[in-house]
Structure formats: C-alpha cells, structure tokens
Design a binder for this molecule. Structure first.
Ligand code: GLR
Ligand code: MG
Length: 418
C-alpha cells in the first residue's frame, strides 16, 4: 500500500463569540481536512488547523508524500522535516503557548500522521485504538467547556446559547450543556474578567453542581502573585488550575504555593519543555493535544513521560470537527493513565460536521468506535459546503485580538493583565 495522492481542503464553520484572554472568536473557525489516498483505493482522514501559514506548509509537504508507506511514520517524519525544517509558523492568539520550529514541524507531521493511522486501521480492518495498544475504556469522558460570551456576534442575531457574562449566565450555560451532553466535570475559560469575577463564577458553579470537578483556565492572563492569590481563594474548589500564569518559572512559583495541581497546554508544549517543566515542578497535569504534540505517536510519547514522572493527563481542544474528535477519542481510549476528562469544543459547533456520523456522547463521554481506522466517514457534500464557507468568509488566519479590536478599538491584551 503506497500513497498516491494527498488532498488538503481548508474549511470554515460558524463559531460563536467565545471570549478568552486573546480577544474573541471570529464568526468563522478555520480547519483543514486532509485526505491521503492510496494505490489500494483507501482514503485516510486527518483534521488540522486552517491558518494560512500552516496551510502553505501542508500544501508543500503533500506532494512529497506520494509513494509513502502509511505504516512508515519515521519516513513521514523525514519527509515533513525536509520541507518544514527551520520553519516557524506561530499563531496569532498564542493560546497554546510559544511556537518553535520543532512545534511547527510536529503540527505539520500530526496533520498527515492521523490520516496514516486511519489508513493503517482500514488496511488491517482494525480500529485505531487497537493499533495503539487496545482500548482500556469504551467511552471517553469529556468536560463541559464553558466560555464567557456575548449573546451573538455584533450585528447578528443572538445564537442558541445566548449571553454568559456573569456567574448566573455561566451557571445557566453549564446547566444547558450538561442537560444536553451529560458532562460530569466543568472547565471555565477565564482570563476575560478581573479574577475576582471569575472566582465568583467558580463559586456559583460549585454551589449549583455540588460534587462536579471544576477547572479554571485564564490562559496565563495573571501575574504569579495574582495566580497565587486566586489559588488560595479557590482552595478546595478546583480539580486543577490551568495555566494561571505564563512560562515555566512563573508556573513553578505558583505551583509551589498552590494546593491544587497546575495544568498546562501553554508552558509545556513540546519535547524541549518537558525536562525543565518536570525538574522545576511547574506542572502537575499536561493537556495532550495530538495536533501539536506530533500526532498520536508523539502524544503517546508525551503520555509515557507523564506516567514516568507522575503527572496527570488531560486533553486540550481548539474549535474542531468530527475527525479530530475521533482521533482524540481513540488516543484517549488507549491511554490507561488518562486521569482527567478531556476538553472538547464540540457543543459550540452547533451540530455542523464534516463527517457523516459524528461520535455520539452518552453521559458526557464519547462512545469509542470499533470500526476500522478512525471509524468516521467524510461527508463530501458537507466538505464542499464548508470549503465554500472558507472561500467566502474572508478569514485566512484566526485572529481573536484583531476581531476584538474591530469591536472595541481600545481593547488591551497586555499579559499578565491582572
Ligand atoms: O488553553 C486552552 O485550553 C485553549 O487554548 C483552548 C481553546 O483554544 C480556547 O481557549 C479558545 O479557542 O478560545
Ligand atoms: Mg488551556
């Protein structure tokens, strides 16, 4: 089985005005769908970022993959490296920490690697989780991922979620999301309002959903001193505090003073960060994300390091559709030391998808598919529609800050902000 063509299709789908430390989500979220076709007639699927600089790299790598054996991930890595070596494509929002050449290469590798796993599974008639060592659970728990948000994008009708700008709005959002999906834990995206307001929202969630684990993630919007004082105020309330402050030094300072574990998808984001992150005891939980940790293979290596050093494992999510959800779910299904429910943006995408039958959620957990490969099929009509969105939406790179400043020209995104 050899690769005979690779197709990368940028897509856009509606996204609500979700607020974060970088600004606000634009009306359209960008992704790219990767189809790797073989001379045996199989097609493997991948889903990745849709920003212009990333797409440019994908388009340059794609033709070099012709002739590749989809089982030969080392050769895939070599071919990606031949194009991406030395290239650094930081994103504008910075919500997944800094960017390096190594992280850029891992992101490009991952885009094709997931499609190779899908092909491997389809070729041997087994699900990806079986190739990853076997599933240890039949359903993967995800958390309710809450955001402060406006009722709708400026100038547009309110969306189905409405506004959530205070503790009552956040509790109401949580209630609806839990009613619909059955989630058993809650993450609040913070870094939007002064910390005391976000602590008040955590207290309100604690009162409304006693016993449900809570997390707060301000995306490094706080100084170490502010983070330490929030950690004290939320003692006993949080399962973990995620990226309260920037960098390994700052996180180590806060971790030494905080009673709850600190989690990250911002300060330990590639292999080079692992040694200092562990040595400085900066983090207790790492949010794996196969999209930038070098695919399912790189994420498994990360997860093995977490096991070796007693770090907890969760999963990070950006706006995504059903191919990414399937990839995350297979990886999580085959991860014995998945210690926390994963993040997903799925509820925010309003049922829009690029696969014909997205994974189902039951009691807050995605049911693990057992059909060959990733277990999802591309909906070609949906792909055409979402690609047409991409061509007409006028966005070519995600820019939460730029969009926010079109609405609030004086918006200040200083970090730390508090
Ligand atoms: O730090 C995190 O958990 C994220 O970066 C998750 C998402 O990207 C979220 O913050 C977003 O999209 O606004
Ligand atoms: Mg985070």
């Amino acid at each position: 089985m050899r690769v005979d063509s690779v197709l990368v299709t940028p897509i856009a789908f509606p996204d609500p005005p979700l607020l974060n430390a970088a600004g606000v989500h634009q009306p359209w979220a960008l992704r790219a769908v990767v189809q790797v076709r073989t001379d045996t007639g199989l097609v493997g699927l991948g889903e990745t970022y849709g920003d212009a600089a990333h797409l440019d790299l994908l388009d340059r790598v794609a033709p070099t993959l012709v002739g590749l054996d989809p089982f030969d991930l080392n050769e895939l890595d070599r071919r990606v490296g031949a194009v991406a070596r030395g290239v650094n494509t930081p994103d504008k929002h910075g919500l997944t920490g800094g960017s390096t050449g190594e992280k850029t290469r891992a992101r490009v590798f991952a885009s094709f690697e997931v499609a190779c796993w899908d092909l491997q599974g389809r070729a041997v008639g087994r699900p990806v989780h079986a190739l990853l060592g076997g599933k240890v659970r039949d359903a993967v728990p995800y958390s309710a991922y809450l955001f402060y948000k406006w009722a709708g994008h400026p100038g547009a009708e309110p969306d189905r979620w409405g506004a959530a700008l205070d503790p009552d709005g956040i509790v109401e959002q949580a209630r609806r999301m839990i009613d619909e999906y059955g989630f058993g834990s809650i993450k609040l995206k913070g870094g939007v309002f002064p910390p005391e307001e976000e602590v008040a929202a955590i207290r309100a969630l604690h009162a409304a959903f006693p016993g449900l684990p809570l997390r707060l993630d301000p995306n490094a919007a706080w100084s170490p001193a502010t983070a330490i004082s929030v950690a004290k105020e939320t003692e006993g309330l949080l399962q973990y505090l995620e990226d309260p402050t920037a960098g390994i030094d700052g996180m180590a300072e806060v971790a030494a003073a905080a009673s709850m574990p600190l989690a990250t998808n911002m300060c330990v984001v590639s292999v080079d960060d692992l040694e200092p992150g562990v040595r400085r005891r900066a983090v207790g939980v790492i949010l794996a994300d196969h999209h930038y940790w070098g695919g399912l293979r790189g994420s498994r290596d990360l997860i093995a390091v977490c096991a070796a050093f007693g770090l907890g494992v969760s999963m990070h999510s950006n706006s995504h559709l059903g191919i990414s959800l399937a990839a995350m779910t297979h990886l999580a299904a085959a991860t014995p030391n998945l210690t926390y429910a994963c993040d997903t943006h799925t509820p925010w995408q309003g049922g829009v998808d690029v696969v014909s039958e997205p994974l189902r959620f039951v009691d807050g957990a995605a049911v693990v598919p057992d059909s060959p490969g990733l277990g999802v099929e591309l909906d070609h009509d949906a792909l055409d529609r979402l690609h047409a969105n991409y061509l007409s939406c006028g966005i070519t790179s995600r820019d939460d800050l730029g969009y926010m400043r079109t609405i609030d020209p004086g918006y200040d995104n200083r970090r730390p902000r508090w």
